[in-house]
Design a protein around this ligand. Structure first.
Ligand code: SF4
Length: 500
């Protein structure tokens, strides 16, 4: 469906050659990656990124409908921009992503100063919609019900010189009762393996040494072309691409996670010893109510088989606390699974109603205090386990892919170990020599619940990615921001995480 809502605009120019843009991203890694595509599209259309600290001529919100209060946040941000726009003739505001797919015309009804609304299936239309809104002097609302162009075929402005996201599928065939994704992103669409490999090869040629394969449910990859072993085959093929030293993926689903994927991980040296496996609940009764089609015994069986084949694998998870009807006994079941599973990290969420999901209409929604109290118990337990697991790394050598330059406070650079643990490297003698993208071989000297510290001797292993970073700095005369962790390039972990 395509629909258009009309209203007068204050502007009518059509020249965008000197216009600047900013893309503001909310939500998960899928959105982070989509924003790279949006930036690439705008670059190609002749716009340029707004310098840091300067107001952009075009502001694009790439929104998320998963987080609680997502709409309040969006309309709050739009409200603040209304005044800016009044004082800045020619400015345009676009809203895309999951909230746009969900709210459609409501956005221009509630915020009539918005110029363009586009959905999750037609990102490629953004430049045309901006131009049309200017030309017609009216808002353009265009939402498609199914995918127009696979997002990865759109141009990209990558945020990192060393790591790249590669979409292998979009959408999801599951129907988890707490999740709005299937309604907004549609059924799973798989990208052809040849296209994926071509993108990985192009990234490698560009200096990238780490790729993360991305999908709502990566291990069901191949469902569309009926090849159950497609994801394992893809992992092996991507792992062989010359120049790619680290392969990661997110997120798999326990129901479809098969042993051939474990074998591919174990037998492909470049696939990193890391697995993010969402548990959601440690109660079989609640898993059923969530319509998650696995049970805790299956989940724990996967962990056991992964650890048998990949003993140093760091396993992380997502857990929702306070799903409707969750009893104290159900919650104790979750604590017990967490105790047994010994996750390296858990992204813990307090359940909150997401309008449009089946769970939002379920009876027995829990009072906020009950959810908060359980959440705190879970976080305390998981933090203790994560700290113990991290302490076991003291004295071990780790190879850290540097993602940000040393900070001014401690003089430590940050990066990721092979198992994706965050490591702050303060090795003497490396100051001024470390480049994002290089690898540092160092020894863990201290452990905290959320990161490791390596403050001892270290060896820098220069990489093509470090060279690419240096070139990018030279190209921007050092004026551009270095790609830093904490920006939009968190690797292998979902960014929809809360600790509230
Ligand atoms: S598998 Fe993930 S994306 Fe799909 S419905 Fe469940 S939670 Fe949502």
């Amino acid at each position: 469906m395509t629909d258009t809502a009309a209203r007068p605009l204050q502007i009518g120019d059509s020249d965008h050659s000197a216009r600047t843009y900013e893309v503001k991203t909310y939500g998960c890694q899928m959105n982070v990656h989509d924003s790279e595509r949006l930036s690439g599209l705008l670059d190609e259309a002749g716009y340029s990124p707004a310098p840091i600290g300067e107001q952009a001529d075009i502001v694009v919100f790439n929104t998320c409908a998963v987080r609680e209060n997502a709409d309040n946040r969006l309309y709050g941000n739009l409200g603040r921009l209304a005044q800016v726009k009044r004082e800045r003739p020619g400015m345009q505001i676009a809203v895309g992503g999951c909230m746009a797919q969900k709210d459609r015309e409501t956005i221009v009804e509630r915020a009539p100063w918005v110029d363009v609304v586009f959905g999750t299936h037609n990102m490629g239309s953004l430049p045309a919609l901006l131009a049309r809104a200017r030309h017609n002097a009216e808002a353009q609302v265009e939402i498609l019900e199914s995918l127009d162009v696979f997002p990865s075929t759109l141009p990209t402005r990558r945020e990192s010189t060393h790591s790249g996201w590669v979409s292998i599928s979009v959408g999801c065939n599951n129907t988890c009762t707490f999740c709005i994704v299937p309604a907004l992103r549609g059924k799973e669409k798989d990208r052809r393996p040849g296209d994926i490999l071509a993108e990985v090869e192009a990234l490698a040629a560009d200096g990238v040494i780490e790729v993360t394969l991305l999908g709502q449910n990566v291990n069901s990859y191949g469902a569309e072309f009926r090849d159950r072993g497609a994801f394992a085959k893809l992992l092996r093929a991507v792992g062989k691409v010359e120049g790619i030293e680290r392969v990661r993926f997110t997120s798999p689903h326990p129901a479809a996670f098969s042993d051939d994927v474990i074998h591919a991980m174990a037998e492909t040296p470049t696939v990193m010893p890391q697995l993010h496996m969402p548990l959601q609940s440690g109660s079989d009764r609640i898993l059923k109510a969530m319509r998650r089609s696995y049970r805790t015994s299956r989940f724990m069986g996967i962990l056991e088989r992964v650890r048998n084949r990949i003993p140093d694998a760091a396993i992380t998870t997502d857990i929702i606390v306070g799903f409707p009807g969750e009893t104290e006994e159900d919650f104790v079941g979750t604590l017990e699974i967490v105790r047994q599973a010994r996750f390296a990290q858990a992204f813990t969420f307090q359940y909150s109603k997401r309008p449009g999901t089946p769970a939002a209409a379920m009876p027995d929604q829990l009072p906020k205090e009950v959810v908060q109290e359980r959440f705190e118990r879970l976080v305390a337990l998981q933090d203790q386990i994560a700290w113990e697991e991290n302490q076991a790394h003291i004295g071990k050598q780790v190879n850290v892919l540097v993602t940000s330059l040393p900070d001014s406070e401690h003089g430590r650079a940050s990066g990721r170990a092979a198992d994706n643990r965050l490591v702050h490297v303060g090795a003497a003698g490396t100051t001024g020599l470390l480049r994002p993208g290089d690898i540092v071989a160092c020894t863990v000297s201290e452990a905290k619940p959320y990161f490791l510290i390596a403050d001892g001797p270290a060896a820098i292993i220069p990489t093509r990615a470090g060279d690419a970073w240096e070139r990018s700095q030279a190209d921007s005369c050092g004026a551009g921001p270095a790609p830093v962790e904490g920006g939009p390039t968190l690797l292998g972990m979902p960014t929809i995480r809360t600790r509230s």
